[in-house]
Design a protein around this ligand. Structure first.
Ligand code: NDP
Ligand code: HSE
Length: 335
């Protein structure tokens, strides 16, 4: 059986979820891919922070990124650090070294996705990013593959787990948003800087990525008009409830006669609407297409194992491509 060596960059919430699934489901992964996926290196700043985690014999911590980028035996780099500076250098370096990349980094993709996808294509390697949007919900592959025969006209969804968790707790337990934010951080839902969640920036980045794929255009974060949930208080929520509405932070991309409209904002949703019953860290998205009419996907939008599940599915897909010498074949739609 072919063995493919991979390196994890970062070992936080998502990386540990990925690590655990790769360990726990190793046999299933081998059976389904015909490949033995071996974690060879884990790049971290301070290995002591992770001394409580037992690594498999094949894996070691490294603190110098060149130990990954210059190691010819590593065929896949899994970037799970976040950020757009050092992470970009690492992803760029890996692609130029003809290593396949899997990432969950929506900030990076919303800013430099087209450039990095071009770079992957030029170097004949894969760049996969299922986990970057809606955590455990398989929306990227659904748009690229299952719904590829549709002209997409609208996307509407709850695209951030942290804010949905906060709004749910505010609505059901009468707590203030500051009280609940700390809990969302402790549960690993929030971004390193949670401003990105509560100000709607994280949802806007995800919308930019999904809209690029759905509408065949290069859409960037700056193209989305954004309003977050920081000005919502328990009174707003109570008021909405009195009239039969729940407040949800929505991301909406829509074809209009004036062009594509891209917005993230908190909205009153009738309690009878399916999106109103999406609670806690769950996310959901409606995709409207001219063949399918409506598709709704629902699932956990954040967290260690749900997001790890998406990362592992990408790792498996890339591993299969490597074993068949087929990497670099999936061209992004917006070419
Ligand atoms: P964490 O903060 O939990 O983990 C980040 C990891 O990366 C830590 O191990 C951190 O090390 C390391 N790291 C960060 N910067 C550097 C650096 N410059 N050099 C070396 N190591 C670094 O983040 P998450 O796991 O939550 O998120 C990772 C990525 O996944 C982000 O892009 C995020 O947007 C995305 N994502 C997260 C989801 C979630 O539910 N949490 C869901 C979907 C996507 P140290 O401890 O030393 O800082
Ligand atoms: N901070 C993000 C959220 C993580 O809460 O949705 C998943 O992308």
């Amino acid at each position: 059986m072919t063995t493919i060596k991979i390196a994890l960059l970062g070992f936080g919430t998502v990386a540990q979820g990925t690590f655990n699934l790769l360990q726990d489901n190793a046999e299933l992964i081998r059976n389904r891919t015909g490949v033995n996926v071996e974690i060879s290196k884990i790049f971290v700043r301070n290995p002591n922070k992770y001394s409580h985690i037992t690594l498999p014999e094949t894996a070691q911590y490294v603190t110098d990124i060149d130990e990954v980028l210059k190691d010819d035996s590593i065929q896949m780099v899994v970037e799970l650090m976040g950020g757009t500076t050092f992470a970009k250098d690492c992803v760029e370096g890996a692609l130029k070294a003809k290593k396949n990349v899997v990432t969950a980094n929506k900030d990076l993709l919303a800013e430099s996705g087209p450039y990095l996808l071009d770079l992957a294509s030029k170097n004949g390697v894969d760049l996969r990013f299922e986990a970057s949007v809606l955590g455990g919900i398989p929306i990227i592959r659904t748009l690229y593959e299952s719904l590829a025969g549709n002209r997409i006209t609208e996307l509407i969804g709850i695209m951030n787990g942290t804010t949905n968790f906060i709004l749910t707790k505010m609505s059901e337990e009468g707590l203030s948003y500051q009280d609940v934010l700390k809990e969302a951080q402790d549960l690993g839902y929030a971004e390193a800087d949670p401003t990105a969640d509560v100000e709607g920036l994280d949802a806007a980045r995800k919308l930019a990525i999904l809209a690029s794929i759905s509408f065949n255009r290069r859409i960037f974060f700056e193209d989305v008009s954004v309003e977050g949930i920081t000005s919502i208080d328990t009174e707003d929520i109570k008021f909405g409830k009195e009239f039969g509405y729940n407040i949800k932070l929505l991301g909406i991309a829509k074809e209009t006669s004036q062009g594509l409209s891209l917005n993230v904002y908190p909205a009153f949703i009738p309690t009878t609407h399916p999106l109103a019953s999406v609670r806690g860290s769950y996310n959901a998205i409606y995709v409207k297409g001219n063949g399918i009419d409506d598709v709704m996907l629902y699932g956990r939008g954040a967290g260690s194992l749900p997001t790890g599940s998406s990362v592992v599915s990408d790792i498996m897909e890339v591993a299969k491509n490597v074993s068949y010498n087929e990497t670099g074949r999936l061209k992004p739609f917006y070419y």
